[in-house]
Ligand binder design. Structure first.
Ligand SMILES: Nc1ccn([C@@H]2O[C@H](COP(=O)(O)OP(=O)(O)OP(=O)(O)O)[C@@H](O)[C@H]2O)c(=O)n1
Ligand SMILES: C[C@](O)(CO)[C@H](O)COP(=O)(O)O
Length: 237
């Protein structure tokens, strides 16, 4: 899956950066450590994710990794053991995903122009083609995110029960989410709201969001079942 063929062999026009957010604790996984450090085919989940963004074909110039403050030493040891050659910059995260993205953006302080991808450290199976297409769409439209149509029927909840929703008008949102750097900076200068569940929800009052075809295999490792599924998808190749 890592080697998925990329559509454009040309060098990107704008410099590309990536913020990989891995500052969470993984409460829903209920493991003995944050889920980004659990093993997937013999390597930490997070390493699979980083390797994808470090792929030369994507031309990402700076890879910023956001980690929980109390896990910096753990990561230092894992990095040295599994992938000492992998170049990246580590920053400490915050109490929420929003706060962690903000820390990553602050770290990119000196950069004025370019495109930045924000990606969950716990999405280790993202095809390179999805990453490339999302950067390319952000280059054209300013803001682009990966998403897929729901496969199940969907219902909304009401005071008295529930009602059918038209799933053809819905999309399930994934990462990466790519933006012009200046736009994402402006969006993250506003105060945090409880409705912010991803970066698109932070940006959308400032700029329209372009949807890019995601991938059903681009799962977020959230509960133990997801880890089993990720193992199976990686075995399939
Ligand atoms: N304070 C936080 C919270 C989340 N994240 C990151 O945001 C991504 C998506 O979040 P989620 O899957 O909810 O991770 P956790 O917050 O770790 O999980 P949980 O909600 O089960 O505790 C993950 O890569 C997670 O590490 C982060 O960087 N900083
Ligand atoms: C950003 C995200 O992965 C898009 O689907 C998702 O919103 C993260 O949600 P979580 O509540 O942090 O799991």
């Amino acid at each position: 899956m890592l080697g998925t063929k990329l559509p454009s062999p040309q060098a990107p026009k704008s410099p590309r950066f990536a913020i990989i957010v891995a500052g969470g604790t993984g409460t829903r996984m209920g493991a003995d450590r944050p889920k980004q450090f659990l093993e997937l085919q013999g390597e930490p989940v997070l390493l699979h994710t980083l390797r994808r963004f470090a792929a030369p074909a994507l031309s990402v110039q700076r890879l910023v990794l956001v980690l929980p403050a109390d896990q910096l030493e753990v990561w230092q040891e894992l990095h040295a053991r599994y992938a000492p050659e992998l170049r990246h910059e580590v920053v400490t995260g915050g109490a929420t995903r929003w706060a962690s993205v903000r820390q990553g953006l602050l770290h990119l302080g000196a950069q004025t122009e370019g495109l930045v991808a924000v990606h969950d450290g716990v999405r280790p199976l993202t095809p390179l083609s999805v990453i490339e297409n999302t950067y390319a769409a952000a280059e054209q439209h300013g803001a682009a995110i990966a998403a897929v149509p729901p496969k199940d029927s969907v219902r909304g909840l009401s005071a008295t029960g529930s009602y059918a929703l038209d799933r053809s008008r819905l999309r399930l949102v994934q990462t990466p989410q790519c933006f012009e750097l200046g736009l994402l900076r402006r969006a993250y200068q506003m105060p945090e709201l409880p409705t912010f569940t991803d970066d698109a929800s932070v940006v959308e009052d400032l700029h329209p969001i372009q949807l890019v075809q995601g991938d059903y295999g681009n799962i977020k490792i959230t509960t133990p079942d997801d880890l089993l599924l990720a193992e199976a998808l990686l075995r399939r190749g």
